[in-house]
Design a protein around this ligand. Sequence first.
Ligand SMILES: Cc1cc2nc3c(=O)[nH]c(=O)nc-3n(C[C@H](O)[C@H](O)[C@H](O)COP(=O)(O)OP(=O)(O)OC[C@H]3O[C@@H](n4cnc5c(N)ncnc54)[C@H](O)[C@@H]3O)c2cc1C
Length: 414
Amino acid sequence: MAIFDRTVDVDVVVAGGGTAGCAAAIAAARRGHRVLLVEESNCLGGVSTTGGVNEWFASLEGLGDIFARVVRELDAFGARFGRFYNPEYLKIVWQLMVEEAGVEVLFHASVIDAVAGDGQVHRVRVVACSQAIEVTARYFIDATGEGDLAALAGAQFMLGDPATGRTLHMSLTCLLHDTGQPVTPYLPPGLSPIDRPEDLPGLRTYHRLPDGRVYCNMTKVMAYDPTDPFDLSAAEREARRQLIRTVHYLQRFHYPTYMLCASGAKIGIREGRRILGDYVLTEADITGAGPRDQADGVAVGTCQIDFHSLTQAGDAGRRQRVEPYAIPLRCLIARGFANLLMAGKCASGDQVAQSSFRMTPTCCAMGQAAGTTAALALESAADNIRAVDITRLRGELTAAGMELDPARHQAFAP
Ligand SMILES: Cc1cc2nc3c(=O)[nH]c(=O)nc-3n(C[C@H](O)[C@H](O)[C@H](O)COP(=O)(O)OP(=O)(O)OC[C@H]3O[C@@H](n4cnc5c(N)ncnc54)[C@H](O)[C@@H]3O)c2cc1C
């Protein structure tokens, strides 16, 4: 037994300090609840910071006061350029907002086990600094992106294409900086050069931002399972090989004075487990001609279907504009559990719907909704998250700047 074992008790545990987790933790803590935010990395923001993403895909209005504050703070730093931003500043913004709300943050900490029974999660086990910490709570919010907490608790989940299990590809993003003089592109032996844009492994996304950095999202690592430890490590290695090949390409054809200066701290995972909720948002829900509103809508998705080909390299895939649609609270409640919510890209949806609602701004709105729901459940002494009064919840979210009527949002398709 570890000599430093200890137990912590809080009202709400939020697993994962990415976008959804930060928003969930802030929403619950600012109402006076004791919230522990458990994060594997040394900073907040998840894929939108440590994953090296510099860009938002969604209409940016009406997503709640938490996202609006993020935008304002980045603007104050001069670190936002339309839908692009500098993730180093985003790490600071999230940290200060989380501290202001009174959230307790545990960095370098992984949720590695969950004890559940009788339709309740009772506690989670966290490891940090090689020490085990048991955390008990009334409500648990899984914002790990890959649905780790819910899976550990025994919740059902979906993973990848129903036929093949393939998830959307992973990517390691990078930044280039201008040295002001010609550089000598170099490719180590064993790595093949890329000479034509059509041979690039992934998206041809390279943008020179107003602050002088070049943001590149060009690698495509397919057919690895992001929830399998060995697959994930193999994906990281494959991504870095692709990354140096794409940098070599960019130096020869586009940026002859630029050098690589940073890459994502971890490979970016677009899709992991999608936890089965009381409702599964489907492709038909977001593309159909029917009503886009739902009586228990707690967030609105606006982004196009952004479904990269699961089998072809390059930028092949399906991009389809969709009209704004409601994300029901039922997609944020784990089926069969009274006190387990999920928010962000691991929410309950089919693979196509997830390719739209996985976008960062939408994850923020889902997080705010999940945290507010947990707070209302605590305040009403409900013993089941489903007992929360939906009219009251929607009223609280609206008062906090969230526009819940999909018809009042703009569709986003760049
Ligand atoms: C390469 C790439 C490009 C993208 N481009 C865009 C774009 O242009 N625009 C856009 O809007 N969106 C984009 N996305 C999607 C978007 O960035 C993510 O889907 C979104 O940020 C996910 O937020 P999240 O909070 O759900 O999860 P995450 O950001 O993944 O956060 C989950 C957090 O949980 C932590 N964690 C995981 N497991 C555990 C555990 N067991 N214990 C403790 N902590 C844990 C992780 O460290 C992480 O910080 C992109 C994604 C990728 C991968």
